[in-house]
Design a protein around this ligand. Sequence first.
Ligand SMILES: Nc1ncnc2c1ncn2[C@@H]1O[C@H](COP(=O)(O)OP(=O)(O)OP(=O)(O)O)[C@@H](O)[C@H]1O
Ligand SMILES: [Mg+2]
Length: 300
Amino acid sequence: MIYTVTLNPSLDYVIRVEDFETGKVNRSLEEHIFYGGKGINVSAVLAHLGLESCALGFAAGFTGEEIIRGIAAMGLRAELIRVEKGMSRINVKLKSDQETEINGTGPVIGEKDLERLFEKLGKLTDGDVLVLSGSVPPSAGPSVYRQILQQVSGRHVLTVVDAEGELLLGTLPFHPFLIKPNVKELEGIFGSPLKENGQIVDCARKLQEMGAEHVLVSMAGDGALLLTKEGDCYEQKAARGQVKNSVGAGDSMVAGFLAGYLERRDYQYALKLGCACGGATAFSDGLGTGDEIWKVLGRL
Ligand SMILES: Nc1ncnc2c1ncn2[C@@H]1O[C@H](COP(=O)(O)OP(=O)(O)OP(=O)(O)O)[C@@H](O)[C@H]1O
Ligand SMILES: [Mg+2]
């Protein structure tokens, strides 16, 4: 089974306002609610590719109940742990001439809550896949991904980490199977601007020396690079198309790469399917659907 982890899922409240002004009453032209969270996005795109997964994480309050309901309505299997204090966040995405976002904090994750998550993770067995995506609530602490990888490290679980900074670096000694930084995240880690592919590959190599197996670097409209644990480097150009909303492109890429790899154990194909999924999401309002993904794959 593939397990995705979203420690701080959200309701994303997307509103479009014409000529938004602060300090005034603004009226929205349209409103949408999406069930957000990077791991949940990965689960959704895996489902679009025909792969079952189970979304793990935390939910609290009435917003948490709605997230649980909404994910089930999407047809996704999930086991979100109910937390007593606080409520799952509502992230406001305001689209006007500019895009403004206000992301909430989320519930307080206590020791007991974390223990319950670790109990669930204790049931993972050889051959399972575990995907850790996105930021974590402050109460879970910056070493939570590291602790999770440490806990599963004795088993043959394929682990994927898509996170930034310390959260990612802390997991490297436990040899994640795949990490997927984007260029900005690499620049954040190494502290200098990266202009050429050669520099990006050098950074990917350093992350391997620190413990990562495969490093997949996503470069938005410039495609992606994969440095395999064997030391081979693969490149894939991005698909061309009209970009509508690229939020979730990275999560889609993680799902596509995993699906491609699990199906064929072929790096080039996995990279291609990853780019097709990322592209399909960038070219649509929500996450790329199965039909959209296969169409984009045909163009690559
Ligand atoms: N504008 C685009 N045109 C074509 N393909 C795109 C575009 N944006 C993203 N993609 C595809 O999706 C992949 C992942 O995108 P990106 O590098 O933006 O991920 P990310 O920064 O991790 O995104 P997020 O974290 O918001 O999900 C890219 O490697 C590319 O294949
Ligand atoms: Mg990302």
